[in-house]
Design a protein around this ligand. Structure first.
Ligand code: NAP
Ligand code: HSE
Length: 440
């Protein structure tokens, strides 16, 4: 049997501790599958004295990730710290520069510096694997980077944040508050160290930026993403969506348009009978539309220690099985030097249906005024309804819900501005885009 693959792990939190446990518990099976043992020889985290429920007694401890990357006797550096800068970024760069293979689950880092890191990995002819960075345990990176080679992708979209999907599901199904659901997601190890990254949509944006590059062969453009999180979604929206035959999901969508690539992350209403609407809890789903294969939907665990460690382990096993000096698959599917410039499509040109919830003073003529603002902007309405029913007590503000036929973002913004200019609105309008999956 070949020499053991020596692995150093930086970060022993939710994912790191799961990874150590799995590698230790499955040592024999891994050695058989990979043709060589996988041995953890070095670890680091912030607090050496913390009980992590794992046995690291025979493993060399390093005081910092940077020192581990620079000095440890390892073949692979595994980064499970997180963050776009600081210890994670510095140690990954140091490890690649030293000629070590790197495995990371860090989407924030890849979204910020993926092209630079890919360039170093390609120069050094080492692997930089990151399956766990997008959609947890779902093998979507391999699918896009390897299995769909030759296909022209037209759209990639999906539920890419387990924390948000968990929150939206429990709010809808159990009537729990947003804050309680978030606390539970944190307790279960789904949320980022700073959960604002989850609920404000940044984490989905990081993942989407990576998928966009793999799908379209363009530079990573995380700063070019239209971004809305789920913090403004109320239980009222969730119930209204259900009444209309929809469910609300935080989707990341990247699609090729005539004017460039549209990248957007926002709460989205999806038809209740679509497969993606049935994806609940921490589960993620990624759909890929391409010309040769057609439509592919991958569904699976999107966060959590074991699910994520499963993807990290797959990446380590790929390195164990690879031969030194072998031709490498480009880190981002296309060689870093050949990635095309990213051309952004204007969000105002986005076309689709819209849900608009307005709270209005109970006054004669409001319905007519709203309908006129829509018509003046060329928007055709699929439905307009009042909640509660029109016979409820007069003089209290009323909720009016509109669903539009396909229109443009530009028209909707102009119509909403026109409504705002009237003096009957109470509070801010809520606008939620509607997405209709093709096959699913
Ligand atoms: P976590 O539980 O917060 O663990 C982070 C680990 O990094 C901890 O062990 C911490 O040390 C260590 N650490 C932080 N700063 C450090 C520093 N400056 N020097 C050395 N060690 C440092 O995070 P996680 O949930 O395991 O996530 C790790 C990575 O995986 C992140 O990039 C995350 O986005 C990604 N990810 C997570 C999931 C998930 O479901 N959790 C899924 C996919 C991807 P201490 O333990 O001593 O504090
Ligand atoms: N915080 C992330 C999520 C972890 O909830 O999806 C997985 O990337």
């Amino acid at each position: 049997m070949a020499d053991a693959l020596k692995v150093g792990i930086a970060g022993l939190g939710t994912v790191g501790a799961s990874l150590v446990r799995i590698i230790q518990n499955r040592a024999n099976e891994l050695a058989t599958t990979c043709g060589r043992a996988i041995e953890i020889t070095a670890v680091t985290a912030r607090d050496r004295s913390r009980d992590r429920g794992i046995d690291i007694s025979g493993i060399t401890w390093f005081d910092t990730p940077e020192r581990l990357a620079a000095e440890a006797d390892i073949d692979v550096f595994v980064e499970l710290i997180g963050g776009a800068s600081g210890a994670a970024a510095d140690s990954v760069k140091a490890a690649l520069t030293r000629g070590l293979h790197v495995v990371t689950a860090n989407k924030a880092l890849l979204a910020a510096s993926g092209v630079e890191l890919a360039r170093i990995a390609e120069e050094k002819s080492v692997l930089l694997n990151f399956e766990a960075a997008v959609a947890g345990g779902i093998p979507v990176i391999k699918a896009l980077r390897e299995s769909l080679t030759g296909n022209t992708v037209s759209r990639v979209y999906g539920i890419m944040n387990g924390t948000c999907n968990y929150i939206l599901t429990r709010m809808e199904k159990e009537g729990l508050s947003f804050a309680d659901c978030l606390k539970e997601a944190q307790r279960l190890g789904y949320a980022e160290a700073d959960p604002a990254f989850d609920i404000e949509g940044n984490d989905t944006a990081h993942k989407l930026a990576i998928l966009t590059t793999l799908a379209f062969g363009t530079q990573i453009a995380a700063d070019e993403i239209y971004l809305e999180g789920i913090t403004n979604i109320s239980i009222e929206d969730i119930h209204a969506a259900a009444d209309l035959g929809y469910r609300i999901k935080l989707l990341g969508v990247a699609q090729l348009t005539d004017s460039g690539i549209e990248q957007r992350v926002h709460p989205t209403m999806v038809p209740h009978d679509s497969v993606i609407a049935q994806v609940d809890g921490v589960t993620n789903a990624v759909a890929i539309e391409s010309d040769i294969l057609g439509e592919l939907l991958m569904v699976g665990p999107g966060a959590g220690g074991d699910a994520t460690a499963s993807a990290v382990l797959g990446d380590i096993a790929d390195i164990a099985k690879s031969s030194p000096g072998a031709q490498r698959v480009p880190v981002l599917g296309t060689p870093a030097a050949s990635l095309a410039p990213y051309k952004r499509a204007r969000m105002q040109s986005h076309e689709g249906g819209y849900f608009i919830r307005l709270t209005v003073a109970d006054r004669t003529g409001v319905f007519a005024s709203i309908a006129a603002c829509m018509a003046e902007n060329g928007i055709s309405l699929e439905s307009i309804m009042q909640r509660p029913k029109p016979d409820a007590a007069t003089d209290t503000p009323k909720t009016i819900i509109l669903v539009t036929h396909a229109t443009t973002e530009d028209s909707v913004r102009k119509a909403v501005d026109a409504i705002k200019a009237e003096n009957y609105l109470v509070g801010e309008p809520q606008v939620i885009r509607i997405e209709r999956p093709k096959a699913f």
